[in-house]
Design a protein around this ligand. Sequence first.
Ligand SMILES: Cc1cc2nc3c(=O)[nH]c(=O)nc-3n(C[C@H](O)[C@H](O)[C@H](O)COP(=O)(O)OP(=O)(O)OC[C@H]3O[C@@H](n4cnc5c(N)ncnc54)[C@H](O)[C@@H]3O)c2cc1C
Length: 417
Amino acid sequence: MGYSGFRVIKEGLFGQKGWKPQWRNPEPKAEYDIVIIGGGGHGLSTAFYLAKEHGLKNIAVLEKGYLGGGNVGRNTTIVRANYFLPGNSEFYSHSLKLWENLENELNYNVMHSQRGLINLFHSDGQRDAFARRGNAMINQGDDAELLDTEGVRKHLPYLDFENTRFPIYGGLLHKRGGTARHDAVAWGYARGADQRGVDLIQNCEVTGIDIEGGVVKGVQTSRGAIRAKKVAIVTAGRSGQVAAMAGMRLPIESHILQAFVTEGLKPVIDHVVSFGMGHFYISQSDKGGLVFGGDLDFYSSYASRGNLPMKEHVMDAAMTLMPMIGKAKVLRSWGGIMDMTPDGSPIIDKTHIEGLFLDCGWCYGGFKAVPGSGFSLAHLIATGNHHAPAEKFRLDRFRTGRGLMDEEGTGAQHNLH
Ligand SMILES: Cc1cc2nc3c(=O)[nH]c(=O)nc-3n(C[C@H](O)[C@H](O)[C@H](O)COP(=O)(O)OP(=O)(O)OC[C@H]3O[C@@H](n4cnc5c(N)ncnc54)[C@H](O)[C@@H]3O)c2cc1C
């Protein structure tokens, strides 16, 4: 069933009776060519591109809960391509281009809104760093514009520009940055994959990975054994635990990241605003809620809930940047489990086990990577070769030290990236 404005009007006139479920609910088969563990954004987009770009059909996505119930439905929805280092830069640039055609490609309204992202700076040194970043973005073919104080004031008049500790010197504007509706992205990819014959199996937890003679043979699940020629671990915050089923110890720590949303307000914040010095960023959802977040909770955990000190820290930063936010009431807060690598950059690679692939380490920035990651992992699984924009996301960089991409320059401490 195609979605269109005409269809919405027709269904409105005839009692909304013509809509069909967006995907089937199949029983798992005994064997697939490819099994993807994890029905988050990355697992679903991988399945979609395997079917669409490579014509493969005998594929299952195994999800222990419900589709989109993980971080893909818990993030703050920011989409951008403003990375500095080679490796990251070309990958996120490719991903943003996929975003720009995603609604057409999926025939699904993912509410991608390129409203512009402004990264604020508060010192001469920071201005230099952002100027370099902006130049790198332009070299990569993306957009960047360095704003001075007055330039920022024109866009964001509600900020406190004269704050003693963090006076606003300017900002780096990335006009193609913005937001998208996170769960619609998961649903759109799920529907697209299902339409192309992929089996999406929910409530199916992988409990073991079968390996014989160094070759992957399938998985054990809460719904029985499933044989497979190729298996991909795409389980975000649970990557370390799932890889351990294959005897692997990943260079990943799982940490909690929290987010917050206020009651619905009239339009007040038109952009995504990032206040790195205070570990705070904010945008406004189409429903009117101010959506904002901050730093990691600073200890490793698999609990999807956050601690109070970090809540206080985020609210402090919000009040520093825009005191008027103190009048808004916070409706909800939540947490998600981040798969943090020691250099803050992700992994898309084969493993030492034949037929076993890995896609993880997205830290707190994997939502914008959903199209690019699925595209590149699908390419790797289908062809055996790394996809050019993602070819630097190798696992062995953490063993050899060669090819590390430490975007923040914070060293090998997972929770600082
Ligand atoms: C509060 C917060 C804010 C964020 N903000 C942004 C942002 O603004 N922009 C951005 O780009 N990124 C952001 N992120 C990061 C982004 O959400 C993640 O990097 C990304 O969603 C991770 O990939 P995924 O969607 O595939 O993960 P998930 O949706 O978590 O998918 C992994 C899936 O694997 C399943 N799984 C785990 N173990 C098993 C098993 N044994 N068997 C079967 N299934 C299993 C899980 O149930 C889950 O559904 C944020 C994250 C959080 C928590």
